[in-house]
Ligand binder design. Structure first.
Ligand code: GLY
Ligand code: MN
Ligand code: MN
Length: 241
């Protein structure tokens, strides 16, 4: 029952998404070097509460290399010029969750390496979104994201070897270690099986899910050029099948 959303439920989720969009825009407008992560995070809370909503989950407001910590919630570092800010934060409205991530340059302008990584992630997300269609397998979305991310990482020399081999050997896992999405609804990670009788489930009208590829280049990684180290990018949106 929870996996296929009714019209009423879809409307509540859409409303939660609109509030989240306002919150992210408010954060983007007010973001500048010198603020702390929790200060800029307060802009999100302002928008959630003034729209009669609350946080769907503890907000992740992660500047610089903190973006590489997947469930970072300390939110107590100072935003620095030249860094990225990854914000995974969204509203819950009438018990229905949304789940959105944006990654922006704190001073308004990407450095070249940041831009290159951002564009690979954005390309992966756009291609994965195209797979979000009735009848496709749930796993098609993740497979497409992994393929695009791996291709991009090969192009810039962060993964060595041929595409198929790199995918089969999961060489991307050093940089992309989570899945591309989950069901969304009353919970941010909503209930519902991803497989049926051992097979990936087909997408059906009324399912709601996230698509959230990312690249995380931990600054402790060996054999990676300095210019990439500490860059973390995720882009997450919410889809109705
Ligand atoms: N905000 C939790 C998640 O993206 O899954
Ligand atoms: Mn998510
Ligand atoms: Mn999220």
């Amino acid at each position: 029952m929870r996996l296929i959303k009714s019209h009423e439920e879809i409307n509540e989720i859409k409303r939660a998404c609109s509030i989240s969009v306002k919150a992210h825009k408010r954060l983007m407008k007010n973001c500048s070097p010198g603020m702390t992560e929790y200060q800029i995070g307060a802009e999100l809370m302002h928008e959630f509460h003034s729209s009669d909503a609350k946080e769907a989950y503890p907000s992740i407001v992660a500047s610089g290399k903190n973006a590489c910590i997947l469930h970072y919630t300390k939110n107590n570092s100072t935003l620095k010029n030249g860094q990225l800010l990854l914000t995974d934060a969204a509203a819950e409205y009438k018990n229905y969750a949304s789940d959105i991530t944006r990654t922006i340059p704190i001073n308004g302008k990407f450095t070249k390496p940041q831009k290159i990584i951002y564009e690979i992630v954005l390309d992966a997300q756009k291609k994965a979104i195209k797979k979000c269609m009735v009848g496709n397998y749930w796993s098609d979305i993740h497979r497409e994201a992994v393929k695009t991310l791996t291709k991009g990482l090969i192009n810039i020399g962060l993964i060595k070897g041929k595409l198929t081999d790199a995918i089969n050997k999961q060489k991307y896992e050093r940089f992309y270690m989570h899945s591309t999405g989950h069901w969304l609804g009353l919970d941010v990670h909503d209930v519902g099986n991803y497989k049926r009788n051992g097979e990936w489930r087909n997408l059906e009208p009324g399912m709601v899910l996230t698509i959230e590829p990312g690249i995380y280049i931990l600054d402790s990684l060996e054999g990676v050029e300095d210019k990439w180290l500490g860059i973390g990018v995720r882009i997450e949106d919410d889809l109705l099948v």
